[in-house]
Design a protein around this ligand. Sequence first.
Ligand code: HEM
Length: 141
Amino acid sequence: MSELAGSKGPRARPQFRNIHVSQILQYRLPAAGVISILHRVSGALMFLVGLPFALYLFQQSITSEISFESYRAIVGSVLGKLAILVLSWAYLHHFCAGIRYLLLDLHMGTAKEQARTSATLAMGASLFLTALVALKLFGVF
Ligand code: HEM
């Protein structure tokens, strides 16, 4: 159910209680909520996809000369590079957000505005670092 907090002045906006699935698109999740969801997504992605992928690549790289060539083909292909890029984002996001959570656990930056700023900074930092990885992967430097 949602209701309007209409009596609280010009900045009043919808308030959501027990959000229904049909209201998901109207609901503006705050930055701290977005980083939280992405932290879980990135952790799961690294665990469920990143670990098997890294182990597979490692195995291919050391088993034989033929498997090494297959490893080179995978990491040299656009699809392989995109997979590495997504996993790099997952790691970098998880790392930046994880440091933020550890600081929050130490009661640092728990005020609403600080938490919003640190969430935005952590997501921005991970996107910036991911962009650097992309440039490196696709041979810009
Ligand atoms: C890079 C260093 C890392 C840091 C600083 C870090 C930090 C954290 C922290 C603080 C949490 C708890 C978040 C919370 O309180 O809700 C967490 C959860 C988790 N981490 Fe990491 N982590 C790191 C690396 C990894 C790696 C490499 C993986 C997987 C291969 C991973 C998988 C997960 C998963 C699955 C969760 C549970 C997520 C959830 O339930 O929301 N983490 N991590």
